[in-house]
Design a protein around this ligand. Structure first.
Ligand code: MTE
Length: 396
């Protein structure tokens, strides 16, 4: 076991993949045998903690098991006492609130909804192949899907009684994040009031969630409660939520006013002019076979995930897969229900010849948005959604 480089949480470090491969072959295992033995997450960074699941395990379940769910933190994970934590509701409201978990559970109807969380930086490592970008080098696993239970943000805001000028809702987490200049500030997000008050096909625009797949949230995922904003990039779903502010403008927090914008340069002037990213974009990736796999026989079953644009009512319309570099395409079978704000898993059987080197997927949603052949490069590496390919070797 000495070759396994496990961190203190027991997760396998990405950089030890080669070592793990040697260990596996030394133990008479093929790479295919690995899923049963490996750790559920590949760690991108230990502090702050950032980790993503192995793609082939990720696409095995519509609801991602909590231990396989990607984790994205900008600062330390706070260890909070559920009895002591309160979320305040302040700003442009007539009746400010300070609510404990017990009060949230007692006062408001519990909604249970499925929603996909995806980091705006998902697939950044592929974008870096066009031109290097900084930030966590996510592969295609900074995405996961869960069933969230909690109170509708709109019910909480109604209790607080909005003032007429209210237009945006800010969130703040309890994690202290130290900036490069040494200053410390909380992680924050902001969403338009219209989204906060919306209810689309029984899905609230915002949720104060305390259960994930029916279980109490883990510390990494925001215990005791967090925001969930279905259809928006993960950065708008604030963990360890302790403040909600109603305002007439978007939050000035760094993660709204400065970060999470699609920019071409490092210029503060360019960032200041642009709106924050809210909705996620159409996307899709192959989870199995994994890159580098050897395919035996003349056919291969390919499977993966497809994500529609994060707009109300938008679902997956078509998933097309190719084994000849995009010359010919086969429609994949969509598995499970197609719902707005939710990924859909898919699978397809494709022909394999001696010339097959790559398997490729492209996804189209019901609004007609389609993954472009190549995504657009941007300075911070956000929203990459070019066709996703895996390299394979055609075996005998
Ligand atoms: N909330 C707080 N308080 N601090 C954070 O660092 N990261 C955000 C969001 N909420 C973050 C946060 C980002 S960028 C993402 S993608 C999601 O949480 C990830 O949620 P998860 O770690 O539960 O997968």
């Amino acid at each position: 076991m000495s070759h396994f480089l496990l961190n203190r949480r027991g997760f396998l470090r990405t950089s030890s993949a080669t070592v793990a491969g040697l260990w596996l072959s030394g133990h008479g295992l093929r790479a295919d045998d690995a899923p049963a033995r490996r750790s559920p997450l590949k760690v991108q960074s230990e502090s702050p903690f950032n980790a993503e699941p192995h793609l082939d395990s990720l696409i095995a379940n519509r609801l991602t098991p909590v231990e396989q769910f990607f984790v994205r933190c900008h600062g330390p994970v706070p260890k909070l006492n559920a009895d002591a934590v309160k979320v305040s509701v302040e700003g442009l409201v007539h009746r400010p609130q300070a609510l404990t978990l017990a009060e949230i559970r007692a006062k408001f109807v519990e909604h249970t909804v499925e929603a996909t969380l995806t980091c705006a930086g998902n697939r950044r490592s592929e974008l870096s192949q066009i031109k290097k970008v900084g930030g966590v080098a996510w592969e295609a696993g900074a995405i996961s899907h869960a069933e969230w239970s909690g109170a509708a943000l709109s019910d909480i805001l109604k209790l607080a009684e909005l003032k007429p000028d209210a237009k945006h809702v800010w969130f703040e987490g309890a994690d202290p994040i130290t900036d490069k200049d040494g200053s410390v500030a909380p992680f924050g997000a902001s969403i338009p009031l219209e989204k906060a008050m919306s209810l689309d096909a029984q899905v609230p625009g915002g949720l104060i969630a305390y259960l994930m797949n029916g279980q109490t949230l883990t510390p990494e995922h925001g215990f005791p409660f967090r925001g969930i904003v279905p259809g928006y990039i993960g950065a708008r779903s604030v963990k360890w939520l302790n403040k909600i502010v109603v305002s007439d403008r978007p939050s000035p927090n760094h993660y709204v006013a400065d970060a999470y914008k699609v920019v071409q340069t490092d210029s503060p002037e360019e960032r200041a002019k642009l709106d924050p990213i809210y909705e996620f974009v159409v996307n899709g990736a192959i989870g199995s076979p994994v890159s580098g796999a050897t395919i035996k026989g003349s056919k291969v079953t390919v499977s993966g995930y497809a994500l529609p644009t994060g707009r109300p009512g938008c679902t997956i319309q078509q998933v097309s897969v190719s084994s000849d570099g995009g010359k010919s395409w086969t429609d994949a079978k969509l598995n499970g229900p197609g719902r707005a704000f939710c990924w859909q898993l898919w699978s397809a059987e494709l022909p394999v010849t001696a010339a097959t080197q790559q398997l490729t997927v492209r996804v189209r949603d019901s609004l007609g948005n389609e993954q472009p052949q190549k995504g657009t490069w941007n300075f911070k590496g956000y929203l990459y959604n070019g066709w996703h390919s895996v390299s394979v070797k055609a075996g005998a």
